[in-house]
Design a binder for this molecule. Structure first.
Ligand code: DAH
Length: 311
């Protein structure tokens, strides 16, 4: 004859198997395994059994408890996965999704891209240099002596190791000449940094497109022709371009470039857009010194350079 515990187990398993929802299942669990459940009651009853019977019934009780617990777990899992597939079935995957607005490129990126495209059509290659620069690349190599006001600590951001955030992209002129023999024709778009108070026309970080063209017989006519063409391409054919004498340590002569264009402030003002000039022989000399050769012999090569402010 079956032990009462075995009968209890069979009844429990039958009930669990025929439970049709989570509630019925929970009711069965409480009834058999809950604190006052009929299987749990056998735990208390153990004390009343005599010594030989106790281990036998104890083992049986364990088996029964395990079997019933496992059956409940199994059934619970079945309900859970059925519920999951039911709720998935309700999702209509043929419905259109939530539309996301499409982003667009930042105006600055658009201007840089357009600028780069124009110079590429004129045969300029892209050059690159780090934003964190040596003082030498930023100043000394560009014929800017230690007592020049641009080197004031208030004018840029110095790192503890003496490097700095470049104040202009002209650093890349030097890096390009260190890396390659003339003739070279490169542009270097990138960020530059100054300790400026932020206002409508100033920012601690701004962008420039640097340019350098070194070859035999490059003249100021090449500079003017190249940059005039560039301004017309970028701002429109009716753009007026002016070259005004200026001073930069690393060019001689130096010119500031102004444009008047309907695309800028309705064409009512001359706007300064770039610095430029003919590469100073002292810059070639300094490059030769670190190269350890005479690759940029100032008697053989000339060049023009420019730095366009893109904000
Ligand atoms: N580096 C200058 C600036 O940031 C701009 C500039 C002037 C760049 C003359 C040049 C140049 O390459 O030849 O103000």
């Amino acid at each position: 004859m079956a032990h009462p515990l075995e009968e209890l187990r069979d009844a429990a398993l039958h009930e669990i198997e025929s439970a049709t929802d989570a509630q019925a299942l929970e009711a069965a669990r409480v009834r058999y395994l809950g604190r006052n459940g009929s299987i749990s009651a056998w735990g208390d009853r153990m004390k009343t059994l005599d010594a030989e019977e106790r281990p036998v019934v104890g083992r049986l009780l364990n088996e029964v408890r395990n079997a019933v617990t496992a059956a409940i777990d199994q059934r619970t899992e079945k309900f859970r996965s059925r519920q999951e597939s039911d709720s998935l079935a309700k999702i209509d995957i043929s419905l259109p999704g939530t539309p996301h607005e499409r982003g667009s490129l930042h105006p600055l990126t658009q201007m840089l891209d357009r600028g780069i495209q124009i110079f590429r059509r004129m045969g300029f290659a892209l050059a690159d240099g780090p934003d964190i620069e040596t003082e030498w690349h930023c100043f000394d190599a560009l014929n800017t002596p230690p007592d020049h006001p641009a080197r004031n600590e208030q004018d840029t951001f110095y790192l503890p190791d003496g490097r700095l955030l470049r104040t202009h992209t002209s650093t890349v002129q030097i890096r390009a000449m260190q890396a390659a023999l003339p003739p070279i024709r490169v542009i270097a778009p990138g960020a530059a940094y100054r300790r400026d108070e932020v206002d409508a026309t100033h920012s601690a970080q701004f962008h420039q497109i640097e340019g350098l063209y070194v070859d035999e017989n490059v003249s100021i006519a090449d500079l003017k022709g190249t940059l005039e063409f560039f301004m017309h391409e970028l701002f429109g054919a009716d753009t007026a371009v002016q070259f005004r004498p200026h001073y930069f340590p690393f060019t001689e002569p130096s010119l500031e470039i102004f444009v008047k264009s309907k695309a800028l402030k309705r064409g009512e003002q001359w706007i300064e857009v770039a610095g430029s000039g003919m590469v100073h022989p002292a810059v070639f000399d300094e490059v030769n010194k670190v190269r350890g050769d005479d690759a940029y012999d100032p008697d053989k090569w000339t060049g023009f350079a420019f730095g366009l402010g893109m904000r």
